[in-house]
Design a protein around this ligand. Structure first.
Ligand code: NAD
Length: 293
């Protein structure tokens, strides 16, 4: 299949390479010459401008930093240059309102839009093991599924346009809050004199069990291998968790949802990632801030 790919950064670079590896003819574009050259080495056709990654394509995938970039690329490149019937898949993590707006814009031109944000980091993007949460029509989902399957291990239809982004930020709000709860619990267990491995053995089999504890334990040497065992490097950056929590707070406000735990998680990640300058650390590193006093 002839696929355009715009945004070849940490995530998009590996994703475009996996599409090429699966046998697609990938016309890739990025503002960065270095990213473009890497895509060429990975089997993609580097495009000289964004329009060349949209014209005559059966599908166009975007993987850009934020809503403002997606709006701009859709308005000035994808919608203007896309042929009617072209499937347009945005995999960036952006706000629900922008996702719905660009879908409306694309539909008005006869394009078939889906939002398909991902769960999984750079390793999953490189390894082709991402999970995609898809918002769009039945037709859009049916057409996007085989393409997304070439970049991931699970592709789930969440509902109409914008529903993929909504599912992603709801999931990540829960993850942010549950990571902080797990961190403060281990710090309290320590202060109460509990052996942390022993507490893990108990709580991981009791009602406190959760993903942040048993798949991504923030305590070094406890639970499965995680960024905690690598000095909190690699994994999912605290700055990206903060970005997702801010998107979640904006969505909660526009939907009129009450999210006190999400709001507290945002405030704490703001302190950790920005005030304390730890945005590049894995998000489980917040345990070190909670354990200071
Ligand atoms: P990144 O900053 O590494 O890559 C973004 C790329 O987009 C850059 O190469 C940049 O040059 C390019 N770009 C920006 N504007 C452009 C334009 N107008 N035309 C063409 N290219 C343009 O970001 P990333 O880490 O790859 O993340 C991409 C998206 O995936 C974000 O929305 C992020 O929140 C989401 N995400 C990231 C991770 C992660 O672990 N990095 C995990 C899940 C989701």
């Amino acid at each position: 299949m002839k696929i355009g790919f715009i945004g070849l950064g940490n995530m998009g670079g590996g994703m475009a390479a996996n599409l090429a590896k699966a046998g697609h003819e990938v016309h890739a574009f990025d503002l960065s010459g270095e990213a473009l050259a890497r895509a060429g080495e990975a089997g993609c056709h580097p495009a000289s401008e964004a329009a060349a990654a949209v014209n005559d394509m059966e599908a166009v995938v975007t993987m850009l930093p934020a809503g403002e970039h997606v709006r701009k690329v859709y308005e000035y490149e994808v919608v203007i240059n896309g042929d009617p019937g072209t499937l347009v898949i945005d995999c960036s993590t952006i706000d629900v309102d922008s996702a719905r707006d660009v879908a409306t814009m694309a539909e008005a031109k006869g394009l078939v839009p889906v939002d398909a944000p991902v769960s999984g980091g750079i390793a999953a993007a490189n390894g082709g093991t991402l999970t995609f949460m898809v918002g769009g029509s039945e037709e859009g989902f049916k057409r996007a599924e085989p393409i997304l399957s070439d970049m991931g291990k699970a592709v789930i239809h969440a509902g109409a346009n914008g529903a993929g982004q909504a599912a992603k930020i709801c999931n990540n709000m829960l993850l942010g809050a549950s990571m902080i709860a797990t961190c403060e619990t281990f710090k309290m267990a320590e202060k109460l004199g509990l052996d942390l491995q022993n507490f893990y053995d108990i709580s991981s089999k009791a009602s406190g069990q959760n993903w942040s504890m048993t798949s991504y334990c923030p305590v070094p040497g406890v639970g499965p291998q995680s960024p905690a065992d690598n000095s909190y490097e690699g994994g999912f950056a605290a700055a990206l968790m903060l970005k997702d929590l801010r998107l979640a707070m904006a969505a909660a406000e526009s939907a009129g949802a009450e999210v006190p735990m999400g709001a507290k998680a945002q405030a704490l990640y703001e302190q950790y990632a920005e005030a304390e300058g730890q945005g590049g650390m894995d998000f489980s590193g917040i345990i070190n801030m909670l354990g200071k006093n």
